[in-house]
Design a protein around this ligand. Structure first.
Ligand SMILES: CC(C)(COP(=O)(O)OP(=O)(O)OC[C@H]1O[C@@H](n2cnc3c(N)ncnc32)[C@H](O)[C@@H]1OP(=O)(O)O)[C@@H](O)C(=O)NCCC(=O)NCCS
Length: 173
């Protein structure tokens, strides 16, 4: 558990818990349409209970998620990775920071924390599908120290390949 001072608010960063499902649904309801679209690459005004449940039930090994919580117990950000079979060396990464807390360095800090956990757990590469126009996400990954190789696919979506230790990982052909 870590505490962070973000825009004058003391936030607690901790692993997600199974009992966070309702808080995650509430957090999602408060997101702007743009933030939801950037996170899910689709409109999604409500987070279905089953999906929220899946997000909050992690195993801490292949699926890891950290949440940032305000002093009242409201979730204000989530960052996660899901390792990919067959060898689990690559992990899909995703993050959302609630609109109120964007632009204060929280996203960069959370990605850095996730990198530390992933690196220690043997993950070699982060993967992410990000709108090509999502400058904030591209900069956040860069600020956290990641260098991305991009292979675009689909309309306006970049598939980012980000080695955690660039020297150890060969660039894909
Ligand atoms: C992308 C996101 C996680 C960034 O989190 P954040 O806490 O706002 O980011 P930070 O404050 O750490 O800023 C990181 C960098 O992005 C830049 N940035 C932040 N918001 C920006 C915006 N709207 N436009 C352009 N740059 C932006 C910051 O200036 C900073 O760059 P700098 O160091 O050059 O100044 C957040 O905006 C978010 O949740 N967006 C919606 C969800 C999403 O896009 N998810 C990506 C798909 S997984």
């Amino acid at each position: 558990m870590t505490t962070l001072l973000v825009d004058g608010q003391l936030l607690t960063v901790r692993p997600v818990r199974a009992e966070d499902t309702a808080a995650l649904i509430t957090m999602h309801r408060g997101l702007s349409e743009q933030t939801v679209y950037q996170r899910f690459l689709a409109g999604r005004p409500e987070l279905a209970h089953e999906q929220a449940d899946r997000f909050t039930h992690v195993d801490g090994t292949h699926r890891v998620a950290l949440v940032a919580e305000d002093p009242d117990g409201h979730l204000v950000a989530v960052v996660r990775y899901d390792r990919q079979p067959p060898d689990y060396l690559e992990a899909e990464v995703a993050i959302v920071v609630t609109d109120r807390f964007q632009h204060h360095g929280l996203g960069t800090e959370l990605v850095r924390m996730l990198i530390a956990r992933a690196g220690a757990a043997g993950v070699e590469t982060f993967l992410a599908d990000v709108l090509t126009t999502n400058a904030a996400m591209h900069r956040t990954f860069a600020d956290a120290g990641l260098k991305a190789w991009t292979s675009s696919y689909g309309a306006g979506v970049s598939h980012l390949v980000m080695p955690l230790r660039p020297a150890d990982v060969r660039r894909p052909a």
